[in-house]
Design a protein around this ligand. Sequence first.
Ligand SMILES: Cc1cc2nc3c(=O)[nH]c(=O)nc-3n(C[C@H](O)[C@H](O)[C@H](O)COP(=O)(O)OP(=O)(O)OC[C@H]3O[C@@H](n4cnc5c(N)ncnc54)[C@H](O)[C@@H]3O)c2cc1C
Length: 403
Amino acid sequence: MIVGAGPYGLSVAAHLRAAGVPYRIFGEVMGSWRHAMATGMFLKSTPAATDLSAPEPGGRLADFRLLHGEPELTELTPIPCDVFVRYGLWFQKRYVGDVEPARVAAVDRAAAGDGFAVRLDGGREFTAAAVVLATGLSGLAHVPGELRRLAPGAPGPRTLVSHSSHHTDLSRYGGRRVAVVGGGQSALESAALLHEAGAEVRVLVRERRVLWGSEPELVRPWTQRIARPASPLGTGWALAAVCRAPGGVRRLPAAARLLLFRRALGPSGGWWLRDRVEGVVPVHTACRVTGAEVVGDTARLRVTGPGAHCDTLEADHVLAATGYRLDLDALPFLRPAVRDAVACVPGSKAPELSSAFESSVPGLYFTGSLAAPMFGPMMRFVAGTEYAATRIARHTAPRVAAR
Ligand SMILES: Cc1cc2nc3c(=O)[nH]c(=O)nc-3n(C[C@H](O)[C@H](O)[C@H](O)COP(=O)(O)OP(=O)(O)OC[C@H]3O[C@@H](n4cnc5c(N)ncnc54)[C@H](O)[C@@H]3O)c2cc1C
């Protein structure tokens, strides 16, 4: 059984189907890309780094475009999210087949023997020999404690603070004052969209400066190609190495892998976004939000640091583009009997995984971002689907066949 029908879940399913392994896959196809990203957003990755993994040639984003008579995308064409959603739906029909739209509510140990007892939202139950968790960043959104004080219940679009993943439509904030906290792509792109929707936006960035990607060169001289080899995550030897050899990353000591996870690819904005932000939206760098309180209908933020232009800032809404925390305890469907048996990478709450992405619970596999502390930063991106899906499919096949 596969939980989640985003890029990783669909890719695993495609490989299982090609291998003749029976499976069920649950979730809304490309659900995160429809509901956790604001309308008007673009992908940061390049077309060549945005292919789902098909078991045969013909399943790339470029193939989808060609088949539908749509113009070829180059490195210089940012991909609109809705194009990526249509690609995912096409991929599902072609390589995966039925996806059951139900949410998985619980994954527990099966009462008899090995395997898992699964319960769906709505109460249906069944058992599975193996479970592949492909739930992406769902449930892992991080809103810092000082901002959570603005919404004593759960942060959301209707409270004074929300996380960037809570929105599909930022135009609701037109005419209002919005403070965006964060300095990565989500913060900067949300700020551009808010400004374009008529909101009065300020971006608060704790780093000393905003980093921007550089415009790709379609043709690079060989000297540059050697000095800074290309990879799905950008140019440079370090990125090329971690993308070429996720298995090598896995063999590094845990502390080194976690450092790589935390430091590689820090917050930055896509090169194509720069013109929509720089000189257009006020961005305050080197300033930290150290406190927040509700004053009437507004949020008052306490801001400190050398770049802080004032001690307090009032806003009608605070958008926390503050990333995600990998934390198995935040996955609501993992029952304690399963969760407690999953060994974690020391110093983290992310699962320790075998070379086939299997956790310490036999038959329980993790993909995508939750696998990044083991296999490196490529697993945070669509580019990691090929490596993960081929290995998971190969490893689960005998287990399922033996049932
Ligand atoms: C704002 C933003 C921009 C990004 N841009 C890029 C980019 O340009 N390029 C790139 O490569 N990556 C990008 N990423 C990372 C991106 O999330 C991953 O690359 C990709 O979506 C990972 O695929 P996935 O299948 O692991 O997760 P997802 O695409 O998140 O899919 C997981 C699915 O599981 C479903 N699910 C969760 N829980 C359950 C449950 N209990 N039952 C059933 N279904 C469930 C979810 O609804 C979701 O549909 C971006 C991420 C964010 C947040």
